[in-house]
Design a binder for this molecule. Structure first.
Ligand SMILES: NC(=O)c1ccc[n+]([C@@H]2O[C@H](COP(=O)([O-])OP(=O)(O)OC[C@H]3O[C@@H](n4cnc5c(N)ncnc54)[C@H](OP(=O)(O)O)[C@@H]3O)[C@@H](O)[C@H]2O)c1
Length: 223
């Protein structure tokens, strides 16, 4: 079974479609129940597709999500996240707090709960960050800050989990044409950006492993 967070929209929804083609049992998460159900119902699969609404920045809701899993997953794709852009002087402190909650708090709590429960299982944790975790960008200061924080989290956890069968895979996508932009306060034409389906297809190809190795860091650039 594969767990996908942020599956009500964008990359998470596209990954759900992609993995359903392989008849994988899926457990999908988002906050917006209507959108999440729409994604789950659009997917054709012979295996169960479950949808679970939870705000991942709330500890009890994360616990509820993991309690609802019918079995230990083999992979968790953490796509949930949000953006906030513009000069720092113009950013609303409440929106900055939300940005931190959706990107840093949610990721810390999801990884914490997964590691608590499955430390001795061969679980692959795939964490979607951004090219903004690799390169500083003007007018993206707080977005860079949260994505760099997640990169730091992953780097330290990899060391902590050295003797565990858990693998953590870091993903750094460039611009995608998703709902992310209209909700992030950056008005720009994203029609030439990568489509979520293309990125999902490339990411799935890269998430291969052999008995003795796997691809640990994945950059997906526009071009
Ligand atoms: N689009 C880009 O250009 C781009 C580029 C690089 C990296 N990224 C990153 O890629 C990831 C996916 O982005 P996307 O483009 O697919 O964006 P999107 O279409 O806006 O989807 C974001 C998803 O995250 C969920 N989410 C956000 N905060 C959450 C929370 N606190 N709890 C649970 N779910 C939450 C949303 O759920 P609801 O809608 O149900 O609330 C939605 O399903 C994000 O981490 C983003 O930072 C995006």
């Amino acid at each position: 079974m594969i767990v996908i967070t942020g599956a009500s929209s964008g990359l998470g929804a596209a990954l759900a479609k992609c993995y359903a083609q392989d008849n994988e049992a899926l457990f999908l998460n988002g906050r917006n129940a209507q959108r999440l159900d729409r994604v789950a119902h659009q997917i054709q699969s012979k295996k169960p597709i479950q949808a679970h609404v939870a705000n991942l920045s709330v500890p009890n809701e994360i616990k509820g999500l993991f309690d609802a899993l019918p079995q230990a997953p083999k992979m968790l794709l953490h796509c949930a996240g949000s953006g906030l852009f513009g000069p720092i002087a113009e950013q609303d402190p409440n929106e900055i707090k939300q940005l931190i909650d959706n990107n840093v708090t949610a990721c810390i709590l999801v990884l914490q709960e997964a590691i608590k429960r499955y430390k001795n299982k061969p679980l692959t944790l795939v964490v979607v960050m951004s090219s903004a975790a690799q390169t500083a960008k003007a007018n993206e200061s707080t977005y860079c800050a949260v994505k760099w924080a997640v990169k730091g989290l992953i780097s330290a956890l990899r060391l902590e989990l050295k003797s565990s069968p858990i693998k953590i895979i870091a993903v750094y996508p460039g611009g995608m044409n998703t709902d992310f932009w209209p909700t992030s306060g950056k008005a720009l034409d994203t029609s030439s950006f990568m489509q979520a389906d293309e990125v999902a297809y490339m990411l799935k190809q890269a998430l291969i492993s052999s008995d003795n190795g796997y691809i640990s860091d994945i950059s997906i650039d526009r071009g």
